[in-house]
Ligand binder design. Sequence first.
Ligand SMILES: *[C@@H]1O[C@H](CO)[C@@H](O)[C@H](O)[C@H]1NC(C)=O
Ligand SMILES: *[C@@H]1O[C@H](CO)[C@@H](O)[C@H](O)[C@H]1NC(C)=O
Ligand SMILES: *[C@@H]1O[C@H](CO)[C@@H](O)[C@H](O)[C@H]1NC(C)=O
Ligand SMILES: *[C@@H]1O[C@H](CO)[C@@H](O)[C@H](O)[C@H]1NC(C)=O
Length: 399
Amino acid sequence: MMKLAAIAGLILLSSASAYSVNKTTGAVYFLTNEVSGNFIVSSAIGADGKLTLGQAFSVGGSGANGITGPTPQPDPLFSQGVITVSGNQVFTVNPGSGSLAIFDIDPCNPTNLSIVGKPVNSGGDFPVSVAVSKRTKQVCVLNTGTVNGVSCFKQLGTSIIPIPGTTRSLGLNQTNPATGVPNTASDVIFNHDETKLIAAVKGTTTPPVPGYLAVWDVNPFTGALSPEFTKVTLPAGGALPFSITPIEGKNAVLVSDLALGYEIFDFTNGTSAAFPIANQIAICWSTFSKKTGNYYIIDSGRNIISEVSVDPVATLKADTVMQYTMPAGSILLDTDVASIGGNDYLYVLAPGTQSIIVLALPGPLGATTIQNFAFADGLAAAGVKTDVFALVGLATYTA
Ligand SMILES: *[C@@H]1O[C@H](CO)[C@@H](O)[C@H](O)[C@H]1NC(C)=O
Ligand SMILES: *[C@@H]1O[C@H](CO)[C@@H](O)[C@H](O)[C@H]1NC(C)=O
Ligand SMILES: *[C@@H]1O[C@H](CO)[C@@H](O)[C@H](O)[C@H]1NC(C)=O
Ligand SMILES: *[C@@H]1O[C@H](CO)[C@@H](O)[C@H](O)[C@H]1NC(C)=O
């Protein structure tokens, strides 16, 4: 009895001392994506969800801007998932060099990254999105340049090596850098049980041909992909699927579509439905908050975040339950949620103001802006170049 109590006391003491130092609770990462040199920038998330600038790390290659017309536009990659966090690692690409890079995250100081070996050829060109299997750590890159499709890799020590039978073409007639926004691949994810790899592919506008979801089977032993993909067609009205966000606890996904709003695909019975959002211009990014149980989708053209509620039973029933208007000129792009001390926060990259907008998500319908974190001056002082047309990507990590 005495002995047990003493041991319990000891454990309590040591855990108390482990938490007595207030460490960074998390980090947010984005890419400078400059042609002259691509950097991943970390910012520390404080206990209140607010950000402070961390460090910039070379990704070992160059950024790139997709082609949209005679003048440059923000949103250089037409994609979601260009930075993916899994475990204590962050996975990203050099869109201009066509390479994949992996960084280890220091869990005691998640603004501190160290690159794993050297970046490797992404298996195509103009890589724009990365999916990582939680179970096998298989890393799959989506390329949408001249050589487009997916290609998967695994880490062996400090080497990143291609997995045989995973370079699969989408057969898009494309350029490098890619010409968009239509006719480009946008996002790649593993499905809920990691038996399938899913990519969103936007359609063409002239002639008007709707996009689709490309679905490959993943071999559970080798990680190889089926030679051909299955084409999942969009519900009526869908055309330009952009981001893919898994629906919590379901074999289903929410897909943003800048032609109309968003779509839901329920793979259990192969059904789908389209959900137009009135007056939307460019709904391209999406994420989910466990705390509120709702999805957040970003309209880049109107600087509006829409909060979407999906029926937990009837997956194909959904509603826009609230809209939040961000400052004019923000130009909202990639977004992610972090859970800090039981509270959720939504982070949105705003290249128009070279900032990250931080919203507290205390509950459904209650998103409140708590910070507009401007990073350009801090990075310029450190000699890191940023600009409105190149900035892209956002992913969070919590220890
Ligand atoms: C650490 O965090 C706790 C809880 O937020 C706070 O009460 C305490 O003052 C902090 N300690 C230091 C040294 O900042
Ligand atoms: C960052 O991580 C590296 C490698 O893990 C380590 O050597 C270094 O001390 C860390 N620096 C900081 C400031 O935590
Ligand atoms: C590919 O696109 C280019 C430019 O639009 C066009 O000239 C060419 O004919 C296309 N090639 C094929 C095989 O469709
Ligand atoms: C498909 O499944 C979803 C929920 O899992 C349900 O809401 C929907 O009614 C089903 N549709 C059909 C045609 O079975």
